[in-house]
Design a protein. Structure first.
Length: 338
């Protein structure tokens, strides 16, 4: 069971920053926890709340009344502001209610902690409404913004927070977490190898059959490199759900990054080879430049969907066109055309 900052995996630098703040009573009033999705940012926010409010020790004992309430999710001095059910954005009304809450004295604990996750879900008006409170929260209360897309936040918001950077988890850590959740070792090894250090990505693969997504990935890549892109466009037309589009794009990144590692002389891990062996074999004749441009096109599509709320099918079609234009450039340069 998670009982404090010491239990957070693979984030030694981030945890050291917070522990020093606790040790010398120098915690910043507002933090920006930034880094890839699914690496423990929100869990660390809860762990910090344990450390601040614990009756027994600086890191959270897990046994006192405050720790028990925080771990059960019913402590009156801990609030997570997230998009309303079924919505993608955090609106100004929600931020104003949270601001009123964070300006109040703690009800039971030593401090109130407001966590906004994901912070990049705030609309511009909502983020602007938060600025004054970020500058002058009630003394002793804390605000934590959690995001995997810090560049989407207003510069005025970022500048008022102390940044704490989080990094991808090790494959071994993902493996251990999956096994501790009851997964078989073989299945856990497979998912850990394609998780890209993110429990969120591992969970996406776990929640649905990988085979269907692998087929879509194969169609997208094969169609993008064909003379007529019908196969890729047909695959894109089947992906209407935003979450599914993101999962397929994440899988595309796994394939292309594995291909780049192979072209650089590294060995492909067994999990990636097991899932994508046939596809990687088909792609190995392409140039490194094309593979790198594909990675860039996939990232642009992900940003368009995740940050700009673009229609998933339009984003995927744009990605296909970007992939094809790079391959055309490569073809003409090879035949010496000007």
């Amino acid at each position: 069971m998670m009982t404090g900052l010491r239990t957070i995996k693979d984030q030694e630098t981030a945890i050291a920053i917070l522990q020093r703040g606790l040790q010398f009573d120098k915690l910043h009033h507002a933090y920006l926890f930034e880094g890839p999705p699914g690496v423990g940012k929100q869990l660390t926010a809860l762990a910090l709340a344990l450390a601040i409010n614990c009756d027994s020790e600086k890191d959270g004992c897990g046994e006192c009344i405050h720790c028990r309430k925080l771990l059960k999710g019913n402590h009156p001095d801990y609030l997570e502001l997230t998009p309303p059910d079924g919505k993608r954005n955090i609106l100004i009304d929600g931020v104003r209610e949270a601001e009123a809450w964070i300006r109040m004295r703690p009800h039971e604990g030593k401090a109130r902690i407001l966590v906004i996750a994901p912070a990049d879900a705030m609309t511009e008006s909502a983020a602007n409404a938060l600025l004054k409170t970020l500058e002058e929260p009630r003394r002793g209360n804390y605000i934590i913004l959690v995001t995997a897309a810090s560049s989407s936040l207003l510069p005025t918001v970022r500048s008022r927070c102390q940044s704490v950077r989080f990094h991808a988890l090790s494959e071994q850590t993902v493996l251990e977490i999956l096994i501790s959740g009851g997964m078989s070792e073989d299945d856990a090894k497979l998912l850990a190898s394609v998780s890209r250090g993110s429990m969120e990505t591992a969970t996406q693969f776990r929640s649905e059959e990988v085979s269907g997504r692998v087929a879509l990935v194969s169609q997208l890549l094969e169609g993008a490199s064909s003379r007529i892109p019908d196969l890729a466009l047909d695959a894109a037309s089947k992906i209407r759900d935003r979450g599914e589009a993101i999962a397929v794009l994440e899988l595309l990144l796994v394939v292309m990054e594995a291909l780049l590692r192979i072209r650089a002389g590294a060995r492909s891990d067994s999990g990636t080879k097991l899932i994508f062996g046939d596809l990687l074999g088909k792609l190995q004749n392409g140039s490194v430049q094309i593979a790198a441009s594909h990675v860039a096109a996939i990232h642009r599509a992900l940003v368009s969907i995740q940050r700009n709320n673009m229609n998933p099918q339009l984003a995927l079609e744009g990605m296909i066109m970007n992939m094809r234009s790079r391959q055309k450039d490569d073809f003409w340069s090879r035949i010496g055309a000007k």
